[in-house]
Design a protein around this ligand. Structure first.
Ligand code: ATP
Ligand code: LTN
Length: 333
């Protein structure tokens, strides 16, 4: 049976970018692929590669899990769990580090970007971040990994690590395919369309979070940077701000970008922005309502316990085999 695996860091407040690029996509796959198994986790071990306030982090871990469920993750279809509760992730991460070169990690753009942002105290775990991510994926023999565009390079190194391991020790890991959406793989900052909308951005002006109230969502969309051409086109190069808004409309409204362009052809941006503001406020409002229901239901812990046990069962078996393959441990007489 094919397995699909993904994760999100509890490194800040979830954004519309996370929802469109990753969460919504995962839910759609879960609904459209009845023959696949799904594993989805809160990547808390990844979040601590940069400083986090402990009590904040603990709250966000629950928030991310609850938001996944609010978005339509079905705990009977998807094994939903917290990464740090399945110790094999860290364990396999170490074994894979022994098959990864410093040079290839130093070339990762996310490492370069994140270490540039920090003046001092760049942790060694920030460098080895993609190796832990490879462990998350290879531990479950994932066939496919749905992520946004920014994770493409990490998926490539994961594939390289798997292939290298298989060449060295014999076929063992499944080499995964990235699943990157055609539309919505990279939602941009509303104030700076050259930058990715990111939950760890310094200012929240250009990002819509999944906790924003309707008035702020509408305000942020209204003040989103566009251009002075006043022409409804889907052109990421020449009109990046507008293209970003069209993308958001397209995904939330279930229309192709071309259909959105056609719908607003000949009109200025104001009406389009107003409608998009309403659409986004409505979609996020519905999510928030479900989120409150999940929190109030008191089911979260039971779901996460079940997820942890199921994930651990798979992971521990794979890990045992992996150690044997490498030659660790003793020979049983
Ligand atoms: P950080 O800014 O702390 O690095 P992030 O917002 O990039 O975090 P991640 O937890 O790293 O979020 O990513 C979770 C998932 O959301 C990944 O699959 C990632 O590709 C996707 N994602 C993140 N930002 C965007 C975006 N702006 N557009 C589309 N997908 C995104
Ligand atoms: N690094 C990812 C989060 C993540 C992930 C994974 C995604 C950690 N482990 C395994 C897919 C599969 C990110 O989106 N920043």
């Amino acid at each position: 049976m094919k397995r699909i695996v993904s994760g999100i860091q509890p490194s800040g407040t979830l954004t519309l970018g996370n929802y469109i690029g990753a969460i919504k996509r995962f839910v759609e796959l879960q609904q459209s692929l009845p023959d696949c198994e799904f594993y989805l986790f809160v990547a808390d071990l990844h979040a601590i590669t940069v400083p986090q306030e402990p009590s904040e982090m603990r709250r966000r871990i629950r928030d991310v899990a609850a938001m996944y469920l609010a978005a339509g993750i079905d705990p009977d279809r998807t094994v939903l769990f917290i990464q740090s509760e399945v110790k094999e992730h860290a364990e396999l991460g170490y074994l894979l580090q022994c098959n990864t070169y410093i040079g290839e990690l130093e070339r990762m753009t996310q490492f370069k970007d994140k270490s540039k942002k920090q003046e001092a105290g760049i942790t060694s775990a920030l460098l080895t971040y993609p190796v832990l991510m490879a462990a998350d994926i290879l531990l479950y023999d994932a066939d496919a990994v749905p992520v946004g565009e920014d994770q493409k390079q990490h998926l490539e190194i994961c594939r390289d690590i798997a292939i290298r391991f298989n060449n060295r020790y014999g076929e063992f890991f499944t080499v995964p395919e990235p699943l990157i959406p055609k539309v919505g793989a990279r939602i941009m900052d509303l104030q700076d369309p050259a930058r990715k909308m990111s939950k760890s951005a310094e200012s929240d002006k250009g990002l819509i979070t999944l906790y924003d109230d309707p008035a702020s969502i509408k305000r942020k969309i209204k003040s989103a940077v566009t251009d002075s051409l006043g022409l409804m086109n889907y052109d990421e190069e020449a009109q990046p701000g507008l293209a970003n808004l069209i993308t958001i409309y397209s995904v939330l409204g279930g229309l192709s970008p071309e259909a959105v362009v056609a719908k607003y052809q000949g009109q200025g941006y104001a009406q389009f922005k107003e409608d998009l503001g309403n659409l986004a406020a409505e979609s996020i409002g519905a999510l928030q309502q479900k989120y409150q229901e999940i929190i109030a239901s008191g089911r979260l812990d039971e779901i996460l316990d079940r997820g942890r046990d199921a994930a651990h069962l798979y992971a521990s078996r794979k890990m045992e085999k992996c150690k044997r393959k490498i030659g660790l441990g003793r020979i049983r007489k």
